[in-house]
Write a protein that binds this ligand. Structure first.
Ligand SMILES: Cc1cc2nc3c(=O)[nH]c(=O)nc-3n(C[C@H](O)[C@H](O)[C@H](O)COP(=O)(O)O)c2cc1C
Ligand code: SF4
Length: 499
């Protein structure tokens, strides 16, 4: 595969693609700088980065810089970067950290003991079509561990649990080995971060870090379901408030962040929050809307020639992602649509191929949001009714069953989608399906968590954007109309009026 002199891969045609040049920012990739990846380098050269290699390539520099700052100054830097959560909701990370209870200080400015606080790292990655966190865990586990250490210091957290989906056996093993290395080199452990180094907070700060394997339920990726599962219970989401930052794991203040979110912290602290905002784009929705800054891992699957996970600046148009990086739609076919970023986000229709992959996507293109920024692409031969039926089956299977609208609604939607696909539905079933979808979810205020919203957005946007395909599969609903002619008409009308 030919490579551009600055490490940027040329287009499949062999010519250097100016658009790719523009995509690659001057400093090269950030999250994947040690993981050779398109368009910067050849994925064939990938290997697990050891502690020694990590340190030789400026690893743990961000952590050293972090502990030289007061914890609140670290949080300020993260706020300045406008880093938004990469787990799906896009909530600003620094702001989330400020929801932890404030600590009292004595007259010499020393903080009170925060007691036990937890960091739960969301490595569940169970959103269909999403495969981005695993790239980091497969090859550069210390990047995540450094991010964990920085977050723990900033938030005065002493225990971190990486909650990893059950199917990620290999990734769990890689992480466990890396954690052993990190303990052996004094990153974690009772002496304190970086072998008990003094911190700007005063004295060392000790962090323990463990891997906890999930049992394979989608709902355990929802943050409060995850906490229940970590406590050894069934992964049933909790009603909020109280929010985890106040009362989370084992009733203690807890921060929950996604793997990719935490992996951004070392560079943000090393180069500064402002540096981070040089990548990506400000919001186009107004000055009060947080921008889409930094790079994002985008895992593309579906009907493309070369699926894969790419690190690009937020804001790259979907068309560029598919055409330039994935070699276009398979068999030369046309684009029909794409799940925006995990099935919960709904679908981008045929006329939305140029949608910018940033956090404004929800309001601009009538999807729920950017989600995990891992699109599943469909070609023009795809049966969208089958897609809706398949997705509704997933949600029916994964609903935890606590809330009636989600438990029953997900079952009804699956039944209706199956009936439509089989040709046994009537026109009125289309309205019924839309009504059920619209009325379920934490946003209409009928459920505890967002799983039902995901079900709603997926089914509703597919139906709305491919309405004619659904209409073709249903039989018309006949509404009985009483027609009275001539002399009988008056009697029929007056009988109707009386009766
Ligand atoms: C049904 C459901 C499943 C979710 N699954 C995941 C997941 O697998 N991984 C993840 O990081 N976030 C997932 N989330 C989002 C988390 O609840 C939470 O917002 C996220 O972990 C917060 O981290 P962040 O702020 O760093 O993005 C899910 C949310 C819902 C409603
Ligand atoms: S919305 Fe669905 S998945 Fe979420 S708590 Fe309620 S029943 Fe469970």
């Amino acid at each position: 595969m030919p490579f551009h002199p600055n490490g940027l891969t040329s287009a499949p045609s062999g010519k250097v693609n100016p658009r790719l040049d523009a995509l690659a920012h001057a400093g090269g990739p950030i999250l994947t700088k040690r993981i050779p990846s398109w368009p910067y380098a050849d994925p064939k050269d990938r290997h697990v980065v050891s502690y020694d290699e990590y340190v030789k390539t400026a690893g743990y520099v961000g952590l050293r810089k972090a502990i030289a700052l007061k914890p609140d100054a670290v949080t300020e830097e993260v706020k300045k970067s406008v880093l938004r959560g990469r787990g799906g909701a896009g909530f600003p990370t620094g702001l989330k950290w400020t929801f932890l209870p404030k600590l009292a200080t004595d007259d010499q400015g020393r903080e009170a003991d925060p007691g036990v606080r937890y960091l739960a790292i969301n490595a569940d990655e169970s959103e269909p079509g999403t495969f981005k966190d695993r790239l980091l865990m497969d090859f550069d586990p210390h990047l995540l561990l450094e991010g964990i250490a920085i977050c723990a210091y900033a938030c005065r957290i002493s225990r971190a649990y990486i909650f990893i989906r059950g199917e990620y056996h290999h990734q769990a093993h890689v992480l466990e080995e890396a954690i052993k290395e990190a303990y052996a080199h004094g990153i974690f452990g009772p002496r304190g971060l970086l072998n008990g180094a003094d911190t700007a907070r005063g004295g060392p700060w000790a962090v323990e870090c463990h891997v906890h394997r999930g049992a394979g339920a989608y709902i355990c990726g929802e943050e409060t379901g995850l906490l229940e599962a970590l406590e050894g219970k069934r992964g049933w989401p909790r009603i909020k408030p109280p929010f985890p930052a106040v009362k989370g794991l084992f009733g203690r203040p807890t921060i929950i962040n996604n793997v990719e979110t935490l992996a951004h912290l070392p560079s943000i602290i090393e180069f500064g929050g402002e540096w981070f905002t040089k990548h990506g784009s400000p919001s186009t929705l107004g000055p009060n809307v947080p921008g889409s800054f930094g790079t994002k891992l985008m895992g593309v699957s579906g009907h493309v020639n070369r699926p894969g996970c790419f690190e690009l600046e937020l804001g790259v148009p979907l068309r560029v992602l598919v055409e330039e990086l994935c070699g276009g739609i398979r068999k030369g076919r046309k684009f029909k649509g794409a799940i925006a970023g995990g099935v919960s986000m709904g679908i981008l229709g045929p006329d939305q191929y140029d949608a910018e992959m940033d956090f404004d996507i929800g309001r601009k293109y009538n999807v729920l949001g950017l989600g995990t920024a891992c699109p599943t692409v469909f070609d023009d031969q795809t049966d969208m009714v089958a897609v809706a039926r398949n997705i509704s089956r997933f949600f029916k299977h994964e609903s935890c069953g606590q809330c009636t609208p989600c438990r029953e609604g997900s079952g009804w939607l699956f039944q209706l989608m199956s009936r439509i696909e089989e040709g046994n539905a009537k026109t009125k079933d289309l309205d019924l399906a839309l009504e059920i979808a619209t009325s379920m979810g934490s946003m209409p205020g009928t459920t505890i968590c967002g799983l039902a919203d995901g079900n709603n957005w997926a089914v509703r946007t597919i139906m709305n954007k491919y309405w004619s395909e659904f209409e073709k599969k249903v039989k018309p609903t006949f509404v009985p109309v009483k027609v009275s002619i001539g002399a009988n008409a008056k009697r029929a009308v007056s009988a109707g009026a009386n009766g």
